[in-house]
Design a protein around this ligand. Structure first.
Ligand code: HEM
Length: 389
């Protein structure tokens, strides 16, 4: 057990808004054991950026973890050569070059089609009728599972995310996770002969072409679904919400003073879609005067690092003019997000400019409440809006 000081939290309040507690932790106990979370949290950017690179100590290999048990052993839960070998296999599918040459136009076509259906309606919950399908259609292309609907993609992703956070062992949540992974396996089985006959740039196809064992191929497709649906969805809806709430900053983006990419990156810093990533301590280690022991559970709090006062002035303010180069919204080490280039293209090159261009006079629905939630994964939960049909 680590010698980190204990720090108690109210879990329900933390889910509603984790930032006041994270600021207190950064100030008083930047590395602390939080019994309500069942692990040691790391809340300062420097500690996380250093520790994430020390894979011999802070390991991603968690054989007893729920992710391995429920989704198979994927590349994000491997370290060193094993990890790098599989990253090398998938890179051609998600590289900036492939995103620009192949995925960007597909993202645009899906987004335009979705907006064609939305514009005449004049109002709707953009979290559900825009962000969710835009993210789902993009992920169908990237994974190669074009034989499922975006709603299946979304529910498969949610089923797995709930399953790997199901520390209480709720049988219903576990059953939903199993049916999600079974649904993905069936979709993969259906696509294998299609992609073998006509290989493309999708994750499934490049892994099949590389001859990666099917067990790893399936696990990595499930990983991309669990980490590639909610994050872009939450970032698209969240960034629209943030800009509508800061009209002067929206004007800066619309006038070209600030880029859509800058606006997205600032949103992802401010409310990081992935607020935490876990590690298992592989060997005894000392950081400052804190001792870590083998099998300690450590949580890298990316959402806290992105509000670290040592790097960001007025960190709780949304400010599209600030320098976000120190944001670690996509990670800070060897497990840096493999989907970062695809996400930046989907969100900043396509979804945000298209939504504000096509939904004329876009505004939040009068009197409607926008709800936010989560600490490990955080974002808006709805986005009721109106526009001129
Ligand atoms: C706004 C969107 C996204 C955000 C904020 C995000 C964030 C992250 C973060 C923080 C990590 C690192 C986790 C760690 O260090 O343990 C990560 C890893 C990963 N992400 Fe993303 N992600 C996004 C979208 C996507 C998409 C669209 C895909 C799929 C195409 C994807 C696939 C992956 C994969 C495969 C990894 C594991 C990489 C590795 O372990 O080497 N992500 N993501």
């Amino acid at each position: 057990m680590s010698t980190a000081p204990q720090f108690d939290i109210d879990l329900a309040a933390f889910w509603q808004d984790p930032y006041p507690v994270l600021a207190e932790l950064r100030a008083k106990a930047p590395i602390a054991f939080v019994p309500q979370l069942g692990g040691v949290v790391m809340t300062r950017r420097d500690d996380i950026a250093t520790s994430e690179k020390q894979i011999d100590v802070f390991s991603s290999h968690q054989p007893e973890g729920l992710m391995n048990k429920l989704m198979g052993h994927n590349l994000m839960r491997k370290d060193g050569e094993d990890h790098q070998a599989e990253r090398k296999v998938i890179f051609p599918s998600v590289s900036p070059k492939t995103v620009k040459a192949v995925w960007r136009q597909k993202f645009q076509a899906h987004t335009d089609r979705i907006l064609d259906e939305l514009v005449p309606l004049g109002r709707g919950d953009l979290f559900d009728v825009f962000a969710r399908p835009v993210s789902g259609e993009a992920l169908k292309e990237i994974t190669g599972l074009t034989n499922i609907t975006y709603r299946q993609m979304d529910s498969f992703s949610q089923g797995m995310i709930d399953g790997i956070a199901n520390y209480a062992g709720d049988p219903e949540i576990e059953a939903r996770c199993h049916s999600a992974t079974a649904g993905i396996d069936a979709a993969i089985d259906e696509m294998i002969p299609v992609l073998k006959a006509n290989p493309d740039h999708s994750l499934l196809s490049v892994m099949l072409e590389a001859g990666l064992p099917m067990e790893s191929t399936r696990a990595n497709v499930k990983l991309a679904i669990s980490g590639g649906q909610n994050e872009p969805r939450d970032a698209i809806a969240g960034a629209i919400w943030a800009l509508l709430n800061h009209p002067e900053q929206l004007d800066m983006v619309r006038s070209g003073q600030v880029s859509w990419l800058q606006a997205f990156e600032e949103y992802a810093r401010w409310i990081s879609p992935i607020g935490m990533s876990p590690r298992r301590v592989a060997k005894a280690h000392k950081l400052g005067d804190i001792e870590f022991h083998p099998d300690d559970k450590v949580f890298f709090m990316f959402g806290s690092a992105n509000r670290d006062e040592a790097y960001f002035s007025a960190p709780d303010a949304f400010d599209v003019t600030r320098d976000v180069s120190k944001s670690i919204a996509f990670g800070a080490g060897p497990h840096f997000c493999a989907g970062a280039a695809a996400s930046r293209s989907l969100i900043a090159d396509v979804a945000l400019p298209a939504a504000f261009e096509r939904l004329k006079g876009l505004r939040l629905e009068d009197g409607a409440e926008v709800k936010l939630g989560g600490w490990a994964f955080r974002g808006v939960l709805n986005l009721p809006c109106e526009w001129s049909a």
